[in-house]
Design a protein around this ligand. Sequence first.
Ligand SMILES: NC(=O)c1ccc[n+]([C@@H]2O[C@H](COP(=O)([O-])OP(=O)(O)OC[C@H]3O[C@@H](n4cnc5c(N)ncnc54)[C@H](OP(=O)(O)O)[C@@H]3O)[C@@H](O)[C@H]2O)c1
Length: 267
Amino acid sequence: MNIPYYNNKKIWITGASSGIGKALAIELSKHGAYMILTARSKDKLEETKAALHNPEKSEIILLDMADSGEIDSVTNKVLDQYGHIDILINNAGISQRSLTLNTEMKVYHKLMNINYFGVIHMSKLLLPSMVAKKSGHVITITSVNGKLGSYMKSGYASSKHALHGFFDSLRAEIDGFGVDITLITPGYIQTDISMNALTKDGTPQKSMDSNTAKGIPVEIFAKSAVKQIAKGKPEIIIAGSIESLGLYMKRFWPNMLRKLTARRKEA
Ligand SMILES: NC(=O)c1ccc[n+]([C@@H]2O[C@H](COP(=O)([O-])OP(=O)(O)OC[C@H]3O[C@@H](n4cnc5c(N)ncnc54)[C@H](OP(=O)(O)O)[C@@H]3O)[C@@H](O)[C@H]2O)c1
């Protein structure tokens, strides 16, 4: 069924070359949106474009979210060309698999640069035109780890917690300005996230975690997210039973969650 909310909307998805970003682009293209797709891998972005329902209603642009100069120049170029972006989906991100005691500081800097500073930088550049038009929607993919910490993810979890703090504050500041802020909190989703996760020295793990492999199929995630985003919800949780139980325990039985998290030595 067509969702009119997206019809002819200009939607920018970061990290559209694989996983969640790619699946969201494909799903959104069914609803008549015009897509701006960014990431670092040109070949993979072209694969995403080719998989869209209307590839002609899309543009791919290379953008490294760790490079603030590139974020400035690409975003300004897009604004000059399109005037206004209706929906920004802050999706690009990178995870971590390393114990805090072993992890080099450069890994923490990289995680914060891509997952936090890149996201708030782009959002700050696009928000003024949304506010001026009294219309827009900023969606950010955080994580269950944005609400609770877990094994070998201290840098990843802190970057995702920071996003919740930023966007909850922003939402309050721009209440009544016609711009919606949505945080999407996924649990384990079947993507390459664990393959690309940074280890203690910043090199990728290059292996699939069993929890990610058993996660929600990415197409099912995308279908559910696209339906719920159109309702303008402030927060959307799409997670399996273990991660959902973790969120419930964090709220109602935090001591028990602390004990269980200390025993659960897996990412
Ligand atoms: N899968 C899960 O279980 C899960 C759970 C919770 C949250 N999430 C979040 O979902 C988002 C998408 O992850 P995914 O699961 O789809 O993983 P993925 O398949 O590894 O995709 C990550 C995407 O981010 C892009 N990216 C990484 N570093 C970038 C950089 N420096 N500049 C620009 N783009 C960059 C990658 O593109 P290039 O490499 O081409 O640049 C890729 O398109 C992330 O924010 C992640 O934290 C995932």
